[in-house]
Ligand binder design. Structure first.
Ligand SMILES: *Cc1c(COP(=O)(O)O)cnc(C)c1O
Length: 401
């Protein structure tokens, strides 16, 4: 390896994102391989006892142990940081370990978090149940209500966390407005950018301080591995590194290698999936058996201005509401031949899920009512199949209702 453990990011500001996603962060070994090397190693060898001592004293840059960092993992981190426009990145074992680490380095007893009420179920658990056990106060607000953010952020706060667009109804947060309020309250702004993807939104350019990903979703995009990432300033990421190195939720080199190869095709995949999603959304919106269709590029989308300001594409998720409720929603889903019933998203395979009985079961009827999730709500993650086949499948399933 010509690289060392702490090389500066291989940033080429003149490159466009699709080029960065293929080229950034490459660190070739002495074998001059074309494809990134998979360094499936837990440890590293020192050439002398003195070199080991100097490394541990911080005087020499040398890989130490793959819980700290690994060449393949580092290539993934550098590539994603370049793509996101972040100073640095730390990869984690999963999206949830990225979320947990991003908050844990900011919070201590007596601190306060303000978060969106419309987030991935496990994140609601972390902020609303886990951190309060450690004496951290948590306030959840309606993500679309700027007055609610202003009120919640009228007192000193350490962390602000939200997902935009959110799961499953694609509610958007005005990043610029909330970041300004959050900064005035002294908070670090963390954005879960899974739904928008690095292809369609760059929260760091809109006022966010930290971006987190579940790389399990579009970055892999082929349903193979779990992974996550935290992106931010060098100082902030140094704290994340300290947490990971001592607590252990590090990314495996194998997963990093799969995700590096995923990044190479991210732009291509996400754009095609979004084209398909838009075609599906327009078909569903025009169908008499569908009461409401939710997709950011539809004229009926309630936050159109924010979409124009913040997103350069509509994303890969579409939701519908069927007035008839759960029985009809189940019948519709069970009648689909191509779509697989799965709670995952961002996959090459189109997936369908019933949020009220799966991803949003735990928040209860009141939580679902507040988030606008009805018993007839069905969420689609649109994949890479031909959209004509997807639409034909949806049409035949709707015929059965
Ligand atoms: C899946 C998901 C997560 C959690 O990621 P894992 O990789 O499953 O741990 C966090 N946020 C969003 C928006 C997600 O969709």
């Amino acid at each position: 390896m010509s690289d060392d453990a702490n090389t500066p990011l291989n940033e080429q500001p003149s490159w466009h994102p699709a080029t960065q996603a293929v080229r950034a962060g490459v660190a070739r070994s002495e074998f001059a391989e074309t494809s990134e090397g998979l360094f499936l190693t837990s440890g590293y060898v020192f050439s002398s006892a003195q070199e080991a001592a100097d490394t541990f004293a911080g005087e020499v840059d040398h890989y130490v142990y793959s819980r700290y960092t690994n060449p393949t993992v580092r290539m993934f981190e550098e590539r994603l940081a370049t793509l996101e426009g972040a100073e640095d990145c730390k990869a984690t074992a999963s999206g949830m370990s990225a979320i947990f680490a991003s908050l844990a380095v900011l919070l201590k007893q007596g601190d306060r978090v303000v978060a969106s009420s419309s987030m991935f179920g496990a994140i609601i658990y972390v902020v609303n149940e886990f951190f309060p056990q450690w004496g951290v106060e948590c306030v959840l607000v309606d993500p679309t209500d700027n007055d609610a953010w202003a009120e919640a952020l009228s007192v000193p706060t350490q962390a602000v966390l939200f997902e935009t667009p959110s799961n499953p109804l694609l509610a958007m947060v005005d990043i610029e407005v909330v970041a300004e309020l959050a900064h005035a309250a002294g908070a670090t702004v963390i954005v879960d950018n899974v739904f928008a993807t690095p292809v369609f939104s760059k929260p760091l350019t809109q006022g966010a301080d930290v971006v987190v990903y579940s790389a399990t979703k579009h970055i892999d995009g082929q349903g193979r591995v779990l992974g996550g990432a935290v992106l931010g300033t060098v100082d902030y990421i140094a704290k994340i590194e300290m947490l990971l190195r001592n607590l252990g939720p590090s990314m495996s080199p194998f997963n990093a290698w799969v995700l590096l190869k995923g990044l190479e095709t991210l732009d291509l995949r996400v754009r095609r999936m979004a084209e398909n999603a838009e075609a599906v959304a327009r078909f569903l919106e025009a169908h008499p058996k569908v009461d409401t269709t939710i997709y950011p590029l539809l004229d009926s989308f309630p936050q159109k201005d924010l979409v124009a300001k913040q997103l350069t594409g509509g994303g890969t998720v579409v939701a519908v509401k069927l007035a008839a409720g759960q029985a009809e929603a189940f019948k519709f889903m069970d009648s689909l031949a191509i779509f697989d019933i799965s709670n995952n998203l961002g996959d090459a395979k189109s997936l369908v899920t019933h949020p009220a009985t799966t991803t949003h079961r735990r928040i209860g009827p009141e939580g679902r009512a507040a988030a606008g999730i009805t018993d007839g709500t069905v969420r689609f993650s649109i994949g890479l199949e031909d959209s004509r086949d997807l639409i034909a499948d949806l049409a035949q399933a709707l015929e059965k209702l």
